[in-house]
Design a protein around this ligand. Structure first.
Ligand code: NDP
Length: 327
C-alpha cells in the first residue's frame, strides 16, 4: 500500500482525499518511481479545488511534477536507483501524478535529476521553476543580454516569478519585479530584484504604446498586465508569456508588434521536447543559487497539500510549496 491524494467525481461534485492505494492500481507505464517530493503548482491547485477543468479523468492522483528514485523499469534509459524528475506530459491531468508516494510513467517523460540537486531542491524548483528557465532561455535565444536593459518579471512573488527573478539576477540581468504584495519587497530584493513595482500599475487597461522601458519581460499574469508589458517593451525586445494568474484574455493591440517589432514568445512546459527539458534542468543546476532556493520554498506534508490549494489560488503563498509525500 502507498498513500496518495485522490480526486474523485461523485454526484455531489469533485472530492479530494488522502487514499491508501495498491501498486496494481497504478496506471500503465514503463517506469515505477518511488516519489520523494512533489509540489503544489498553480495548476495542481486548480485541479485539487476543481476550479478549472484540469483533471480530465477520474479518479485522478494530482501532481504535475515529482522527484524521486526509479524502483522498477522496462525502459532502456532507466534502472532501479536512478534519480529522476518529471514535469508535465499530462501527469496529474490525464495520467496519475506526483502527489503520491509512487508513480508509474513512460520512460521518455523522465529527466535525470542533476547531481547538484536533492529531490527536495528539485521540487523547490518544480514545474514553476523549470518554466521560469524556459522563459529565460526564450529571452536569451532572442538575443536579450544583461546589457540590453531592464527585465520585467510579473507575479514575481509567486513560484515562476521567484525562480525567474533569482535566475535572471544570477545571470547579471537587472530585474524589475512586479507584485501585488509590496510587503514582499525585501524578499524580492534578496532574490536579486533591483526594483519592486506595485502590480496595480499594470492591471488596468493602458495605452497601446507606452514609454519604452523593458528589454525583456517574463509574464505569469496575462490579461491587461501582459498587454501593458508589451506596450512598454523597447524596440525589437521580447516577452515570454507563460501564465494566466490574472486572466486568460490578452486585450492588446498590434501596435507594439508592427511599430516596435517586439516578439511575444508563448512558453509551454507540459509538452516541451525532451532536449529542451534537459537543457532547462542543466541551466537551473548552473544558474540557481541553492541558498536562494531555500528562501523560495516551504515544506508541507502530503495531507496539507489539499488545504494549501485555495491559498495558492488566492496568491497568498510566497514562492514554492514543496510536498514531502512520506509525511
Ligand atoms: P503562483 O500561484 O505561485 O504565482 C502566481 C502569482 O501571480 C501570484 O503569486 C501573484 O504574484 C500573481 N497573481 C495572482 N493573482 C493575480 C491577479 N489576479 N492579478 C495579478 N497577479 C496575480 O503560480 P506559479 O508561479 O506556479 O504559476 C504562475 C502562472 O504560470 C500560473 O498562471 C500558471 O498556471 C502558469 N504556469 C504555466 C506553465 C506553462 O507551461 N505555461 C507552467 C507553470 C505555470 P504577486 O503576489 O507577486 O503579485
Amino acid at each position: 500500500m502507498f498513500r496518495a491524494i485522490l480526486i474523485e467525481k461523485t454526484e455531489a461534485g469533485q472530492q479530494c482525499r488522502i487514499a491508501g492505494l495498491e501498486d496494481a492500481q497504478l496506471p500503465e507505464g514503463e517506469v515505477t518511481v518511488h516519489v520523494a517530493y512533489s509540489t503544489v503548482n498553480y495548476k495542481d491547485a486548480l485541479a485539487i479545488t476543481g476550479r478549472s477543468p484540469v483533471v480530465r479523468r477520474f479518479p485522478m492522483v494530482p501532481g504535475i511534477d515529482f522527484a524521486g528514485t526509479v524502483e522498477a523499469s522496462t525502459h532502456p534509459s532507466w534502472k532501479p536507483g536512478d534519480r529522476v524528475v518529471l514535469n508535465g506530459w499530462g501527469v496529474g491531468e490525464t495520467h496519475w501524478g506526483g502527489l503520491s508516494q509512487k508513480a508509474r510513467v513512460q520512460g521518455d517523460w523522465l529527466v535525470r535529476l542533476p547531481e547538484v540537486f536533492t529531490a527536495r531542491q528539485a521540487m523547490a524548483i518544480g514545474t514553476a521553476g523549470y518554466t521560469a528557465m524556459l522563459c529565460v532561455l526564450a529571452l536569451e535565444r532572442h538575443g536579450v543580454k544583461p546589457e540590453s536593459g531592464e527585465i520585467l518579471v510579473t507575479g514575481a512573488a509567486g513560484g515562476v516569478g521567484s525562480v525567474a527573478t533569482a535566475a535572471l539576477s544570477r545571470l547579471g540581468y537587472t530585474v524589475v519585479a512586479s507584485t501585488g504584495r509590496t510587503n514582499e519587497a525585501a524578499y524580492l530584493k534578496s532574490l536579486g530584484a533591483s526594483e519592486v513595482l506595485d502590480r496595480a500599475r499594470f492591471s488596468a487597461p493602458g495605452k497601446p504604446l507606452q514609454k519604452e522601458r523593458w528589454a525583456g519581460v517574463i509574464d505569469t499574469v496575462g490579461s491587461h498586465t501582459l498587454a501593458n508589458a508589451c506596450a512598454a517593451v523597447r524596440y525589437r525586445g521580447a516577452v515570454a508569456a507563460c501564465g494566466l494568474a490574472g486572466g486568460m484574455d490578452f486585450p492588446s493591440s498590434v501596435a507594439p508588434f508592427i511599430l516596435r517589432g517586439i516578439t511575444l514568445y508563448g512558453i509551454d512546459s507540459v509538452m516541451a521536447p525532451p532536449e529542451l527539458r534537459r537543457e532547462a534542468w542543466a541551466r537551473l543546476a548552473r544558474d540557481l543559487d541553492a541558498a536562494r532556493l531555500e528562501m523560495i520554498s516551504r515544506e508541507i506534508a502530503l495531507e496539507e497539500a489539499i488545504a494549501a490549494a485555495p491559498e495558492v489560488l488566492a496568491g497568498r503563498v510566497r514562492g514554492r510549496l514543496v510536498v514531502d509525500v512520506a509525511r
